[in-house]
Design a protein around this ligand. Structure first.
Ligand SMILES: [Zn+2]
Ligand SMILES: [Zn+2]
Length: 645
């Protein structure tokens, strides 16, 4: 074969012998420094190993894009390679009565699934990590081999690796690629790091059960999770964040701060709000209602059940039934617990003739819905069976759509900012393959969403084909203080329900038209959003959200009467106040208030009782000079107004 021409982005073309490897070419094309950072190269859409022979790429002219270890693609390769390294260590330590399944890179690291009778324990992690380090020190290459499918099946059958055999039998084509790391062979597409010395920084994280191929009829395997990075600092930060996330777990804090509870007798996935959690929720609801009032919304209340017929018309019975509870019979008629609020709002719309003049209609409701979720996926407040959506539906004319979307975005971002979230990822999902409505309507609606986003100066990404079948949508994921993303807001245009319910209005031309319907939820659900808030603030809520804003504590019994008086006065002026007048040492009381994450402590001794003041201590430990009770009440009010306006 003749020479092969290689060109790099912004580089000049060079000729190489066809027998040379990618690494050989890079040695001449890149500086030493660049070369040390390059873990693989992209050729078109394919990523290939550095050991790949140029001739095997099958072209006379190739454009190489070096994949740096510091890039997302590079990190994926590093993590995926570490999964192989871990599987080898596990086999070395616990084989041969253990079968291997699959081991991909995932968002925060990688995993590998093993079929082994004895469960792995965190104590095993150290031995596995030590074994992995041995291989790392050896600098052992990842060797790629192309073999026939039949040959690979025989190989894995001999090893008794039935999961690999099963996978192989489903692969199309005659050949497959195997990768060998020392004595460990795995079926894999690659690419990998050139050799094990690249895999210096890793850590095993946890073990969890996982069904083979995610199917509960299959054997339960053990999934070992780990993570890997290109440098130690990043691993350290990741592990710190992980620790921090554990401390912030809303299920743990929800219990410690007395916010909510879940009872076996009531049922899984059903939240019981404790007084403090209920107060927190009321504060959010009040704020939400105020904001919506200011933005020209009207508030609705609708029932929790409706005749089955409603859900037949809406299509939920046909398309959503696996998420719905069984109907109940009342007076020989079947009724259904609601999984959504939309059909109720439509029924209110249809209660009379509508005219273009009254548009847009902006109707909001904190609507509690019930949806079936498998017990296994329920998770504190984040995944539940009964929850309250901060729902709204907007009915408008086509020419009002863009402005309405803009207004929703504006309200949405204002609300998120008040709660302390100003980092988000925004996605615009466009028409999927299966859809209702005309192509023209989809185009217009998608353009309206785009223009509104652009007008509000928001960066967004397009998710092609990921819209719901009934219309395009905008999703907003917020980022918390640990940089974790949470899906919250969604704004969806709907061409389906207005059609199904034969909704109409009288237009300016005196004729009947079909309105545009928008569904939107900003926080998503109150349960989930409060879960995110708890984790974001580690339970130390800002003053305006704190269920208890201040706690009074006396130094001795001598100040009990005065403390009671202060308590009553502050309670009357609307401060969310508590008292701790127990016969305990002040330091003990302070420590408890700190654990309860209460923003202010009001300390009352003889001096305060005599002068009619309180000494204010902040949650941070800072003491403020004594102030009058009235001044403290004003201070609280001012601080909340500064946030809420
Ligand atoms: Zn692999
Ligand atoms: Zn809806």
């Amino acid at each position: 074969m003749s020479d092969i021409t290689i060109i790099l982005p912004e580089g000049e073309a060079k000729q190489f012998n066809a027998e040379a490897s990618v690494a050989d070419a890079l040695a001449e094309l890149l500086s030493n420094k660049q070369r040390k950072q390059t873990v693989a190269v992209a050729v078109g859409d394919n990523l290939v190993d550095l050991s790949t022979r140029l001739a095997s790429l099958g072209q006379e002219k190739l454009e190489f894009r070096p994949v740096l270890i510091s890039s997302d693609e590079g990190l994926d390769i590093l993590r995926h390679s570490t999964a192989h390294l871990m599987a080898k260590a596990v086999l070395d330590l616990y084989g041969p009565n253990l079968k291997i399944a699959i081991g991909p890179a995932i968002e925060d690291g990688f995993y590998y699934d093993f079929d082994r009778e004895t469960p792995f324990t965190p104590e095993d992690f150290e031995s596995i990590e030590a074994k992995m380090q041995e291989t790392v020190k050896g600098g052992i290459p990842f060797e790629r081999k192309i073999v026939s499918k039949a040959e690979a099946i025989t190989l894995f059958e001999e090893k008794g690796e039935q999961y690999k055999v099963e996978l192989l039998k489903e692969i199309e084509g005659d050949t497959v690629s195997l990768y060998q790391l020392d004595d460990f062979v795995d079926l894999c597409r690659g690419p990998h790091v050139p050799n094990s010395s690249w895999l210096q920084v890793f850590k095993l994280i946890k073990v969890a059960g996982a069904y083979w191929r995610g199917d509960e009829h299959n054997p339960m395997l053990q999934r070992l999770y780990g993570t890997a990075f290109a440098d130690k600092k990043k691993l350290k930060k990741y592990l710190n964040d992980l620790e921090e996330a554990k401390k912030r777990d809303h299920r743990k804090l929800g219990k410690e701060l007395d916010l909510f509870t879940i009872s076996d007798q009531v049922g899984p996935g059903l939240i019981l709000w404790q007084p403090k959690g209920a107060l927190l929720r009321r504060l959010i609801e009040d704020y939400w209602k105020e904001e919506h009032y200011r933005h020209d919304y009207e508030l609705l209340y609708t029932p929790h059940i409706a005749k089955l017929d409603l859900w037949q018309t809406s299509g939920h019975l046909d398309f959503y039934s696996e998420n719905m509870y069984s109907p109940m019979v009342i007076d020989d008629v079947q009724y259904q617990l609601k999984p959504m609020n939309c059909p109720f709002h439509i029924s209110i719309y249809k209660s009379k003739m509508r005219s273009y003049r009254e548009f847009p209609l902006r109707w909001c409701e904190l609507g509690t819905v019930y949806r079936y979720e498998r017990t296994g996926v329920l998770h504190g407040l984040l995944r539940v069976r009964g929850f309250t959506q901060d729902d709204a539906h907007i009915f408008c004319r086509p020419d009002q759509l863009e402005e309405e979307i803009f207004n929703i975005l504006d309200l949405n971002l204002n609300i998120l900012e008040t709660f302390g979230f100003d980092q988000y990822d925004i996605y615009l999902s466009t028409r999927p393959d299966k859809y209702v409505g005309s192509e023209e309507h989809w185009q217009k609606a998608t353009d309206a969403l785009k223009h509104a986003l652009e007008k509000r100066g928001l960066a967004y990404r397009i998710d092609p084909g990921e819209g719901v079948f009934y219309g395009p949508k905008i999703d907003i994921k917020i980022k918390d203080v640990l940089g974790r993303s949470w899906q919250c807001s969604t704004i969806q245009v709907d061409f389906n329900l207005p059609e199904r319910f034969e909704m109409s209005y009288i237009g300016e031309d005196g004729k009947e038209h079909q309105p545009i319907m928008i569904h939107r939820a900003l926080m998503g659900s109150l349960e989930r959003f409060i879960g995110v808030l708890i984790e974001n603030y580690a339970g130390a809520f800002p003053l305006w959200l704190a269920p208890v804003q201040a706690r009074i504590m006396n130094i001795t019994d001598a100040q009990s009467d005065y403390s009671e008086k202060v308590y009553r006065e502050l309670r009357q002026s609307g401060v969310r106040i508590e008292k701790d007048l127990r016969n305990e040492k002040l330091n003990y009381k302070i420590r408890e208030a700190q654990l309860a994450k209460i923003p202010y402590m009001l300390i009352i001794g003889d001096r305060e009782a005599e002068s009619g003041t309180v000494t204010v201590r902040e949650r941070s430990g800072k003491n403020l000079p004594p102030m009058s009770v009235k001044d403290f009440a004003v201070k609280i009010k001012d601080e909340c107004t500064a946030v809420l306006g």
